[in-house]
Design a binder for this molecule. Sequence first.
Ligand code: TXA
Ligand code: MG
Length: 322
Amino acid sequence: MITAVETRILKPTIQTIGEATWALASGELVAFPTETVYGVGADARNGLAVARIFEAKTRPSFNPLIAHIISLDEAKKAGHFDARAEKLGKAFWPGPLTLVVPCAGDCPVHELARAGLPTVALRVPSHPVARQLLDEFMAPIVAPSANISGGVSPTAAEHVAEDLNGRVSIILDGGRTQVGLESTVIACLPGEPVRLLRPGGISRAEIEKVLGEELAEATEAVQAPGMLAQHYAPDARVRVDASEIAEGEAWLGFGQAAPLGGRGVAHLNLSPSGDLEEAAANLFAYLRELDALKPRAIAVASIPRDGLGEAINDRLMRAAAR
Ligand code: TXA
Ligand code: MG
């Protein structure tokens, strides 16, 4: 049973970040912006606080969480970094990269947040509000995306409020997030090639360039648990790679191509100029906006699969799964 709490939506200031820090230290939940999506955060060391996240999101508790940390140096206290992980951390942190590495002996991230795994997912975010919060809190903050499990991830404070009002103490409102897609999750484990567990805000090509080798795929043994076939799903059915629109449907376009057929209930374009970064930033907000109109379905134009297109298509495929 979830006990309702009063949710306060606050603009980030020195004072409100202080209040958020205090709430975290008291085991409460605080939603905050990162450069990717909004996260719902808890003290990574406090099992009870971590349990509240699962409860608030109605998330299956076998799904491990990402620990947000202020720096690579601090991250090294939580996990073992081999040369490859070190290279990636140096190149992409702070930023939208999550590294799954073996836990350090005295890993501060609670076992529940790791779902009992011998590995830990670590990320150093670049968003100034996330950084101020981590700086004040002086400990890792675990934070999954701040939405009800399985739904569309939040890229604005209003989205968080829609899903988690009454379930978190504070929502720090830092406006729209820039990247719009979750971090890329990479596993660097001993005796294993570096594996891409979840495409995200940094493209495969960028990572392979720094690494000097190709990324291997996830396997049964090394994967991101909770990468459910259906995820990121609005209430409306989603139809991908659409070229036409039926009566009662909403259109989510990309580039210049207009849909064939009926007029539809609404049209939005992820990026009229065909820019994948712009499309990524708009994706979740536009899915929410169209879903609110309760269309028969959301028909989505096909989107190239290179660069950030890999992550965009991954999210759309899961949103479309039923
Ligand atoms: O951009 C992001 O990563 C956002 C913001 C808030 O930082 N967070 C986010 O968290 O997307 P979440 O919980 O929605 O996704 C965490 C992903 C899941 O796919 C999970 O399975 C994977 O990271 N993960 C966490 N710990 C893992 C581990 N030890 N091994 C493999 N995958 C892990
Ligand atoms: Mg999520």
